[in-house]
Unconditional design. Structure first.
Length: 351
């Protein structure tokens, strides 16, 4: 009898879920992406210079997901990676004057001005374009304005202990204005947390670590041609949780018992030309520079430049050949960090 009750309860739950799902509008989508690139790495060491490598693999940002409309007020979406990890999962409430979002998706400071495809659709993210990725948050959106309270990324990196004290979420704001001819974006973010000293009697004591970012970007359409550019300044982008593909030193550091900030300046510029409905040509340049706020410090800079074209074979299937270079310049000690030259092709089918 107990087994029968359990079975009936399970059937009822499945039936309830199915009825709810049928009541909503589900729009599924997928994107299969494959990278075939040849790279040559010069790491500045004569013994290991000119290392040639072939990349032939599915990109990690291949995805499958769905957008959902439950009714005129309630909606949502989910998106999973090629390894079925969570990329997005959120719900939305449209209250007329605006929209409330809860869950994980791109933060307000995320923009994609570049279409560089190397390094898993790198898009100059972390090399000129500030990038906070997809984070758990509560976001309010009204017209072009966004305000989000985001999971604090604080972690103990100063070396004084293993515990952090988080009292406030990260906060980000952004505003965008767009017409058929041009667009403008402005954004900012702030985060604070405390690192607790594990040896308060002999150590420097508890330390507060503050991080922020401010930036502006925009673009203009000139017939078949377009131009996009962006600029940002950040303090302690490592503690903030900003994407750092080049592995630059991005954290505040403890110097003589005091927290010294890491200051970042980044910019990028992209130009493109739509030769036809099937072919678009684009070139771009990006740069990030980090420097510790101490006397006689040196900046750690990374730059990238590229040329590519996107060719559509049929709607949903396109190829993007690209050639470019990432120059890691010198580190804060003045040592050459080498560079990486690449060329190859991204294959993508959207379904």
């Amino acid at each position: 009898m107990k087994k029968l009750i359990v079975i009936l309860a399970a059937i009822a739950m499945v039936g309830a879920f199915t009825a709810t799902a049928m009541a909503a509008e589900w729009n599924f989508y997928g994107s299969a992406r494959f990278a075939s690139f040849y790279t040559q790495t010069d790491d500045g060491n004569p013994a290991t210079d000119n290392v040639d490598t072939l990349q032939w693999d599915q990109q990690g940002n291949s995805r499958i997901g769905a957008t959902v409309k439950f009714n005129d007020q309630i909606g949502g979406a989910f998106e999973m990676s090629d390894s079925f990890g969570k990329r997005k999962l959120y719900g939305t409430y449209n209250f007329g004057a605006g929209e409330l979002l809860i869950g994980q998706t791109y933060t307000p400071t995320v923009y994609f001005y570049s279409n560089s495809v190397y390094d898993g659709d790198g898009d100059l993210l972390g090399v000129g374009q500030f990038y906070d990725s997809r984070q758990p948050m509560i976001q309010l959106k009204i017209d072009g304005f966004k305000l989000a309270l985001i999971k604090n990324a604080g972690s103990p990196v100063l070396g004084i202990g293993t515990v952090t004290e988080v009292k406030f979420p990260k906060i980000e704001v952004a505003y965008g204005y767009k017409t058929d001819m041009f667009f403008v974006d402005v954004f900012g973010g702030y985060q604070t947390y405390d690192e607790i000293d594990a040896t308060p009697t002999t150590g420097p004591g508890d330390q507060s670590v503050d991080s922020y970012v401010v930036g502006v970007g925009g673009g203009v359409n000139m017939g078949p041609a377009y131009l996009k550019a962006g600029f940002h300044m950040a303090t302690n982008p490592g503690q903030y949780g900003a994407y750092n593909p080049a592995g630059m030193q991005a954290n505040a550091q403890l110097v003589n018992g005091q927290v010294k900030d890491m200051d970042q300046t980044g910019y990028l510029a992209v130009v493109g030309f739509k030769a036809s409905d099937a072919l678009t040509i684009e070139a771009g340049y990006g740069s990030d520079s980090n420097e510790l706020d101490v006397e006689n410090s040196k900046e750690d800079q990374t730059v990238q430049y590229y040329l590519n074209c996107s060719y559509t074979i049929t709607p949903g299937f396109f190829l993007v050949p690209e050639i470019g270079k990432i120059d890691y310049k010198e580190d804060a000690n003045g040592d050459d960090q080498g560079d990486l030259t690449y060329f190859g092709l991204k294959w993508q089918i959207n379904f």
